[in-house]
Every structure is written in structure tokens, then in C-alpha cells.
Design a protein around this ligand. Sequence first.
Ligand SMILES: Cc1cc2nc3c(=O)[nH]c(=O)nc-3n(C[C@H](O)[C@H](O)[C@H](O)COP(=O)(O)O)c2cc1C
Length: 366
Amino acid sequence: MSMNTFGHLFRFTTWGESHGPALGATVDGCPPGIGINEEMLQVWLDKRKPGTSKFTTQRREPDQVEILSGVFEGKTTGTPIQLMIRNTDQRSKDYGEIAQAFRPGHADITYFQKYGIRDYRGGGRSSARETAARVAAGGVARAVLADLLPGLEIKGYMTQIGPHGIEGSRDMAEIDNNPFWVPSATTAEKWATYLDGIRKSGSSVGAIVEVVAKGVPAGLGAPIYAKLDTDLAAAMMSINAVKAVEIGEGMNAACLTGEENADEMRMGPDGPEFGSNHAGGILGGISTGQDVVVRFAVKPTSSILTPRKTVTKSGEDTDLITKGRHDPCVGIRAVPVGEAMMACVILDHLLLHRGQIGEGLRGKIG
Ligand SMILES: Cc1cc2nc3c(=O)[nH]c(=O)nc-3n(C[C@H](O)[C@H](O)[C@H](O)COP(=O)(O)O)c2cc1C
């Protein structure tokens, strides 16, 4: 496989498998002189790590990140930053059966058909343990953004679990107070009861995650093949189990009229102001200065306790129960991954913008 790198100027390559000794990310293109240490990156990894509540897998992975290169005396040197996370809770016996049979909903069958060989232990390279490496890379991006765009804030949260959306109005202050990162305390309580039932029955459900970047300056992105929304969609779609991505109004834009959808403008004291944000902060692939709003749908966890029909490598029908420890809703742990991908894309486009245009914008209004 050669497609393991993401980004244009701020690029990261992830490596490693679920049950190998370690996995990680090589971050290249990071500006020099940025203060980075392991504790700063660990904050984001701790958000994603398993076992933080009964609603996430009980695997015990401390996901401790180590910086092996590219940082000297606490500052980035402009050379490749090697980030490594050791795998410490591999239990190969949990996965022995899937060496022969392909788990429905997993990449087992496609990897085998394409490559003729696969690391079946925990899904190998297709395991979402890979997302720990991106979260570490996202931590580097966040550190650079804190320096270059100090007003930027990236926040992810769940807006739906199974068929249940957010009840009542959103209270963003609640996001960090519940295991679902949902901006509503009453919704969190209802979701907890619902997901507990799903978990106890050995089943799983999907989710919708929204990631918002506030403080993105106007002008990031480029026409046609380097659209900010193109890269955001690719970033989110590359996360395991993501099956749909929307920007702003997304699919719902098809239900609106032109009057309802096009965001009107008026001059404000500091320049043009938009009356709404159906565009999700992007017009023509270029940021408007409004919040950049991305949503993605995460499919239900495929590893469930119900026996499922499948086939073996040698071509026999069989039924498979995926034993082991799994999240009843992987959408929860996808939240910090979505945030990390947003940070990487925004930084990448900020560096591209500075490369072509320099600081600020060329066109002045008013
Ligand atoms: C953070 C995270 C954790 C995941 N954990 C599991 C898991 O425990 N069990 C499972 O069946 N799938 C899990 N997945 C999803 C699988 O990795 C994914 O469905 C599988 O690799 C097939 O890829 P695809 O769904 O993108 O086609 C997880 C996804 C994410 C984002």
C-alpha cells in the first residue's frame, strides 16, 4: 500500500498495525520554532483512547505518544517529526478465528482479495487504532495553529446516535461533561440509557458527528482541485467507518430554495457580514470567514455478538461472532479524530495560502 500520506504542505504519513509493536505518524512540513511536547499531544490522545467510559471498548491502551525526532529543546526544527505510540494491549487470541473467516462489515475480505495477504490480528492496518496516529498528528497541527491563528477553535461533538438526535436547544458548555460529547445534558442522559441497552444486547449503532472550526480567516482554499471542502471531505471520509460527509447544509440543501439557502450579506463595521451560514463557511472552495461546519455519518460497529453469515478463505460458508472488546458506537471515539483531521486540513490550507498569497487577502471590500 502506498497511499498512507495526507496533506499538501503540512503532510503526515501514518504507519503501523493494530497488533504490531507500535504505530505512529511522520509529520513533515511543520514550521520551525513551534513549542511542542509529548504532554500537549497526549491531551488529544486521551480524548480518543479506549476505556474512558462504559460506552467505549474496554481495551486498555494508554496510547502514550513519544516524539522521536523533529523537536529540539521543546521547539520544532522544521524537520520530520516522528510520533510513536506503542501497542500494549494486544490479545491475539481474541482474534484467532478471523484468520480464516472474513468479518462482515470489515475490510478483511477486500484487503485479502486485493493483496492476497493480510494481518488479521485486530484488523491489522484497517483497524481504527491507526486513528491514534492521526490524532497525534492533529495535536502537532493544533500547536502550530495556536501560534499562527491564535483565535481558532475546533470543536467536535455528536449530534445523533442511532435514530436519536439532540433534544431541545444546544448548550456548547455541556460538550465536555458527558461521554458522548453531546451539547445537551438531558440528551446525554437519554442517550446513555439507550446505548446501555444496545451494549447489553451485544449490538451496536451508528452516529452523526459535527466538527466546527471557529476563527478560520476568509481566503483559505483554492478553486477546483484544492477546494477547502474537497480536502475536508477527503479527510473525514478517510476515517474508519465514515460513510457520508456534509458541509454546511449538506444533503438538506437539496430541499431548500435559492432564497432559503444563499447566505445574504450586509456591510458591518469591519467588512461584509453574512446573515446565515448554510454554506458551512465555504464558497467556491474558499473559506468565507464564517464557521467551517462539517458533519459525518459513522456506521454501526460491525463487530457484534450476534452470529453473522460469512465465508472462509477456503470458500466455505460459516457463521461468525466477533468476540473481543468493541465499542457499541464508534461515533463517540470518532469525535477527536474528526477534530484532528479538521486541524490538519486548516493548517495545510493556511500554509498553502501563505505560499501563494502571503499574509491576509488581496481583495479589499469597502
Ligand atoms: C475510533 C474508531 C474505533 C473503532 N473501533 C471499532 C471496533 O471496536 N469494532 C469494529 O467493528 N469497528 C470499529 N471501528 C470501525 C472499523 O475500523 C471500520 O468499520 C473497518 O475498518 C472497515 O472500514 P470502513 O467501515 O471504513 O469500510 C472503529 C472506527 C473508529 C473511527
